[in-house]
Design a protein around this ligand. Structure first.
Ligand SMILES: C[S@@+](CC[C@H](N)C(=O)[O-])C[C@H]1O[C@@H](n2cnc3c(N)ncnc32)[C@H](O)[C@@H]1O
Length: 286
């Protein structure tokens, strides 16, 4: 059952977007594969307590629930009721009774300190409003020696986003996309500044050629929320400039077309960090 939660407009738009997507979200196994890799890297074992942040339809939560077994516990949280309903249905079908799926904002969670052995956040970290505060909060929930596993994309990922950024810049607009987590250095700093140690980043070089038409259809426009930015940055443009920016976007994409199509890089980072065994947050000097 979903209780109402208080969301700002940015988060309400994300929740609505994913509730709309929830009926078809599992039709591709792309997110599932990413979540499975993240869980693999997290070395989960029987009896552990696991928190899956922004669990969606429960990919990481349900994979983990099978590993921790009846002596363990998994909590999945998400702001999109439709995604959670789907996750609950899957948990029921798998007969899992060690899994709780809660409608909650990952940035205002209120779990006891030192309560989880593992925390995962797959395909969702970039949606948080304040990455540093979110990590600092989640750090408190980990037990000493506990591990966090976060998935992020490189700032070279998703050709449509990269080209949109380039076009937006010409209009003096910053369009962040994957930039806040987009390099190994940024991921290291984010985790270390939130107090994690032994930060490790596994890089997977994924991607494929897509047709020019498909690439053009990925124009972000202003109809979707943009990760970490509200309102969507392109909404600062007049209707005329927005139309012109879209034309420039298509021209830029056409220039990238090869005989195989347009290369759509999807370089993926699996980032892990540990809470020190002493359990205290390391304060880094500047
Ligand atoms: C791309 S889906 C990923 C879902 C799942 N983790 C997976 O691996 O498939 C992004 C999810 O993040 C959720 N989300 C975004 N911001 C959130 C927040 N502040 N708190 C909780 N969930 C959030 C969305 O509702 C959506 O279900």
């Amino acid at each position: 059952m979903n209780h109402r939660i208080q969301l700002d407009r940015y988060k309400q738009e994300i929740a609505d977007l994913y509730t709309r997507r929830s009926p078809t979200y599992d039709s591709s196994d792309w997110h599932f594969q990413i979540a499975r890799r993240l869980v693999e890297f997290g070395q989960v074992s029987s009896g552990q307590q696991v928190l899956d942040i922004a669990t969606g339809t429960g990919h990481a939560a349900l994979a983990t629930a099978e590993i921790v077994g009846s002596t363990g516990r998994v909590v999945g949280v998400d702001i999109a009721a439709g995604m959670l309903d789907r996750a609950r249905q899957k948990a029921l079908e798998l007969n899992l009774n060690n899994t709780e799926l809660l409608l909650a904002d990952a940035e205002t969670l209120d779990f006891a300190n030192n309560s989880f052995d593992r925390i995962f956040c797959s395909s969702a970290f970039i949606w948080m409003s304040d990455l540093h505060s979110a990590l600092t909060l989640w750090h408190k929930f980990l037990k000493p020696g506990g591990i966090i596993g976060i998935h992020a994309f490189a700032d070279t990922a998703f050709v449509a986003g990269v080209v949109t950024q380039k076009v937006a810049e010409k209009y003096g607009i910053a369009f962040n996309m994957s930039k806040p987590t987009g390099t190994v250095e940024k991921c290291h700093s984010l985790l270390e500044n939130a107090g994690f140690e032994k930060v490790d980043i596994k890089i997977e070089q994924n991607g494929s050629y897509i047709t020019l038409e498909k690439a053009k259809s990925m124009w972000a426009g202003i109809s979707h929320p943009a990760p970490g930015q509200y309102p969507p940055p392109l909404s600062a443009l007049s209707p005329e400039d927005l139309a012109q920016a879209k034309t420039e976007f298509e021209v830029e994409l056409a220039a990238l077309e090869t005989e195989c199509g347009v290369w759509n890089d999807i370089t993926t980072f699996y980032v892990s960090g540990r809470k020190s065994v002493e359990g205290t947050r390391k304060i880094l000097s500047c």
